[in-house]
Design a protein around this ligand. Structure first.
Ligand code: A2P
Length: 321
């Protein structure tokens, strides 16, 4: 594993150069479902989200990935006589997989179920429902790994982390957190999670347990469609930067801190606007750069201004879909 060094901004991380595309779509490997379970906080959640573990032992995918990367899934069956196309899923497992020996790769997948806006017919996502329907022991065609940028730095202990997720955007952060924990949790980390209802929080019990086991880890939740005794107003995930500024402010000021954002396209605008409202120009410049004058009116920023006008620095990692 070679490394790239960048020294333009204090705290700019040295990133690993990780292999990708070891298994190509024209020659997928066969994995076997090892475990599958709902990972929402409650069975009565608005969405169905599953944690799916796949055994890739003996294939070229074994021991091949780093947390933060994705893998490809080719669903069985066809569409109008043509085989289904590959879909990419974020890896939720740490580097080395669930068991540490590189055999078990994991993803977090939400069933896509909707009603067509015009025909009002049921729309079911092909690959998400295929993956969620699989049983333990079923075979699945896989490719990958994919992704060179959304990774932990070469030496994770040199940095602290603010992980910001909506929904299944939590997948890579579960993997990265498990990497940090396996390395003895050498850094401070805060995970900010946005969900529509409390029942839809993902991996909630694990994350809560980690806060008890690791004093340098904090877990913050934002519920967008109802209030709770702990959360008297509805919140989006970026609002937590303000609500929990006591904990997050010192991290945001630190040269060690990297921000990772994963989830719904558009969430990055809210995160950047909130940072601009909260941080001094000096601290803001650690994460984003904006043309002169723009800092004063973050509420007027639009998503189309990212990345040409509002640019993230190398201390921000973004994966939205
Ligand atoms: P809402 O849908 O109430 O507007 P899920 O993937 O489980 O649907 O969760 C996504 C979460 O992200 C929801 O709480 C959703 O709120 C919220 N969300 C939607 N748009 C944005 C945005 N632009 N920035 C931050 N959070 C968002």
């Amino acid at each position: 594993m070679s490394s790239t060094t960048t020294t333009d901004l204090p705290g700019t991380p040295e990133m690993p150069d990780v292999p990708q595309h070891l298994v190509k779509p024209n020659a997928p490997v066969i994995g076997r479902v090892h475990a599958t379970r709902l990972c929402t906080r409650s069975r009565k959640a608005a969405g169905f989200v599953r944690h799916v573990e796949i055994d890739v032992s003996g294939t070229e995918l074994e021991n091949s990935w780093h947390s933060g990367q994705s893998f490809g899934v080719i669903p069985s069956g066809d569409l109008d006589g043509k085989p289904h196309k590959l879909r990419l899923y974020s890896i939720a497992a740490p580097t080395g997989g669930e068991t540490g020996d590189g055999t078990i790769i994991t993803t977090t997948v939400k069933r896509l179920i909707d009603e067509h806006w015009e025909s009002h017919k049921l729309v079911q996502g092909v690959c998400s429902n295929y993956l969620c329907d699989l049983n333990v022991g079923d075979e699945v065609l896989l490719t990958g790994p994919v992704g060179k940028r959304f990774l932990l730095p070469s030496d994770p202990s040199k940095h602290d982390y603010i992980f910001i997720a909506t929904g299944t955007g939590i997948a890579p952060f579960r993997g990265m957190m498990l990497d940090l924990i396996r390395q003895g949790m050498p850094s401070r980390a805060a995970l900010l999670m946005g969900a529509p209802y409390e029942s839809d929080l993902l991996y909630h019990d694990d994350l809560t347990a980690w806060t008890r086991e690791h004093t340098n880890f904090s877990y913050h939740t934002a519920i967008s469609r109802h209030t709770t005794p702990d959360q008297p107003t509805k919140l989006y995930v970026q609002d937590l930067l303000r609500e929990d500024f006591d904990t997050l402010g010192p991290m945001l000021a630190s040269e060690r801190t990297l921000i990772y954002i994963c989830g719904l396209a558009g969430m990055e605008l809210g995160v950047f606007q909130t940072l601009a409202k909260l941080l001094t120009p000096e601290h803001l410049a650690q994460y984003i750069t904006v043309p002169e004058g723009y800092e004063e009116y973050p509420e007027k920023w639009e998503r189309s201004m990212i990345p040409k006008t509002i640019k993230k620095t190398k201390r921000v990692f973004l994966e939205v879909y």
